[in-house]
Design a protein around this ligand. Structure first.
Ligand SMILES: [Zn+2]
Ligand SMILES: [Zn+2]
Length: 268
């Protein structure tokens, strides 16, 4: 199962690399393309939100009632703190404004060059985020293949944009194209490197994978509610709502249909 998990996770690495290549090649989308991207990100946000709430978090609190919730809150706060640090360092001269310097904002409106420090903080944030993605995928497969596939899908859905984002932040903070490609590849490899950890720790303490699912749920909640869905909401009218609702519905349906989903029947 570990081999399968690592092999499938290489798909998310590929997603990151593709995303960063698109950025480095300077694939600029027109207004319609940007609108489609917002719809896709909203769909991914809905799917991930539903997955975190309906599948990943319930599984975690059922089997790790103390550490699951603690790590969920911890994962959320960790990503939030890193984004605050990014916001505070984004520009040398502008005063800090929490609403103007979030990552989604910087990506949609690359208005002025980012400071080199902000580039480093952003890369650290993406590395941490993608490491947690890998812990989640590993923990999911350690708990059962249905859950593993579900986490893999949730990660795959947002990793092309993540690769594009980290590459664009590297370019924006004054690094070259090679550094941008390296950053996209690095966040992909760190995901793969994290996958075996829940398997290994689970040998020592069986509740560790379920606890790490809590961490993944906290991270998913953050990126869905804070990074993905707000982008879709900028689409006017129903265009901002419908993809999110469809994403939620499909996320819930997938959670219920996959083996060991929904009913939480376990083989261990
Ligand atoms: Zn800014
Ligand atoms: Zn991710």
């Amino acid at each position: 199962m570990l081999g399968v998990a690592v092999g499938l996770t290489l798909l998310t690495t590929l997603g990151n690399v593709v995303g960063s290549v698109l950025t480095v090649l300077g694939v600029r989308t027109d207004a319609r393309g940007q609108a489609r991207l917002r719809v896709l990100l909203g769909f991914a946000g809905g799917f991930i939100l539903a997955g975190a709430l309906v599948e990943v978090f319930p599984h975690s609190i059922e089997e790790a009632p103390l550490w699951g919730p603690l790590l969920a809150v911890g994962g959320y706060l960790l990503l939030f703190s890193l984004e605050r640090l990014f916001a505070a360092r984004a520009h040398a001269s502008t005063p800090v404004s929490p609403h103007e310097h979030t990552l989604p904002h910087e990506l949609e409106h690359p208005h002025s060059p980012l400071t080199p420090v902000a580039g480093v903080v952003a890369l650290a944030g993406f590395l941490l985020h993608d490491f947690v993605d890998g812990l989640g995928i590993g923990a999911g497969f350690a708990e059962g293949e249905g859950l593993g596939v579900f986490l893999l899908l949730a990660v795959l859905l947002h990793e092309v944009p993540a690769g594009a984002a980290v590459a664009s932040l590297m370019l924006g903070s004054g690094r070259g194209r090679l550094a941008a490609l390296a950053a996209g590849t690095a966040i992909g490899l760190v995901t793969v490197a994290a996958v075996p950890i829940p398997f290994l720790l689970g040998e020592i303490a069986p509740e560790v994978p379920a606890a790490l699912l809590g961490l993944a749920a906290g991270s998913f909640l953050y990126i869905a509610a804070h990074s993905l869905i707000p982008v879709a909401v900028r689409e006017r009218g129903l265009g901002g709502l419908v993809p999110v609702v469809i994403g939620v519905a499909l996320g819930m349906a997938t959670a219920l249909l996959l083996p060991n989903g929904g009913g939480h029947t376990h083989t261990h």
